[in-house]
Write a protein that binds this ligand. Structure first.
Ligand SMILES: Cc1cc2nc3c(=O)[nH]c(=O)nc-3n(C[C@H](O)[C@H](O)[C@H](O)COP(=O)(O)OP(=O)(O)OC[C@H]3O[C@@H](n4cnc5c(N)ncnc54)[C@H](O)[C@@H]3O)c2cc1C
Length: 283
């Protein structure tokens, strides 16, 4: 899985399955349920820490023209779950569609962004979602309107479903103004975060409602730059752990435990993981 995650960490999956249509997906989910075989959907792998022993069962990756579709609809854009946010923002700049500029420096796919309710401090995907089509755990395709989805800070309540597509709101504007807004988000992000060294973005959620920055607590605890093996608390952004080359998931998990422990003792705060930790420990 190190080849399929931005952290570049993780042992092998039992099977990596590239899914190109909904019937195939529904059948596999049905078979997995019948045989009690675990499965995990992975998009861009930008919010995942996969353990060194790899992943038991099937890893399902949605791709192909069905899951990569992007279509203008009256209220916005209909997007396949496999659409990369980078491509989406590029298309918005080209066509002059406004409202999704904040996604510029959030790596991943539409499916992962909906599932994680990805966003910045000020705005999250839930504020742009109009409806989401999912495959529910029973294998039924359902269209959920925004109000039926219990979005919260970096959560969607869709933990058991597979996101197939989503309609995001986007309004007509001019390419020049969309481009200017995108550049603004991009520059801010580059000033404050390490977007070059492999990582999974923020390791911990921010404090209540996303309002107390975990980076500040970690920095105040003097942990910036702390390393275990090749995993290091980013010297640029204390809520990032970076892989300096060949880090193991075990190194990252030990670093996470050390950060939690110190922040608990210093600030009486229990840091909650934002990154999804999955898989088996190495034998
Ligand atoms: C450098 C860097 C910067 C980042 N900055 C930000 C930021 O500013 N804001 C932010 O919110 N996040 C940020 N992240 C985290 C990450 O970009 C987001 O969480 C993104 O939404 C992950 O999308 P993905 O497709 O890579 O999801 P994955 O990492 O593949 O999966 C994440 C979760 O979503 C599930 N999932 C994926 N696809 C589907 C699907 N189709 N249906 C159902 N479940 C699915 C997976 O099972 C997993 O639980 C950053 C990450 C990096 C590496």
């Amino acid at each position: 899985m190190s080849a399929h995650t931005s952290f570049q960490i993780g042992g092998p999956a039992d099977a990596w399955v590239r899914i190109q249509d909904v019937d195939e997906l529904a059948e596999l989910v049905f078979l997995c349920n019948e045989s009690k075989t675990p499965y995990l959907v992975v998009g861009g792998g930008n919010n995942l820490l996969v353990r060194d022993g790899g992943i038991e069962g099937l890893v399902l990756h949605l791709e192909g023209s069905l899951f990569g579709g992007m279509e203008r609809v009256p209220e916005g854009l209909r997007l396949g779950a496999g659409v990369r946010l980078e491509r989406l923002v590029g298309e918005c700049m080209r066509m002059g569609w406004t409202g999704l500029e904040f996604l510029v420096a959030i790596p991943g796919t539409v499916g992962g962004a909906v599932r994680m309710n990805a966003g910045t401090r000020d705005i999250s995907v839930s504020e742009r979602v109009l409806e989401v089509t999912v495959l529910d755990p029973n294998g039924a395709v359902r269209v959920l309107k925004r109000d039926a989805i219990p979005f919260g800070y970096r959560r969607s309540g869709l933990e058991d479903a597979v996101v197939l597509e989503a309609v995001f709101s986007a309004a007509a504007s001019s390419p020049a103004s969309v481009r200017a807004a995108v550049i603004g988000y991009w520059e801010k992000k580059h000033r404050t975060q390490d977007l070059v060294t492999p990582s999974a973005g923020s390791i911990f959620k921010n404090g209540p409602g996303g309002l107390v920055p975990s980076a500040r607590l970690i920095e105040q605890s003097g942990l910036k730059g702390l390393a275990i093996g090749q995993a290091r608390v980013s010297p640029i952004h204390a809520n990032f752990i970076v892989n300096e080359g060949g880090a193991r998931a075990q190194d990252v998990e030990e670093l996470i435990a050390a950060i939690r422990d110190k922040v608990r003792r210093d600030h009486d705060v229990e840091l909650e993981l934002e990154v999804m930790v999955v898989g088996r420990f190495a034998a």
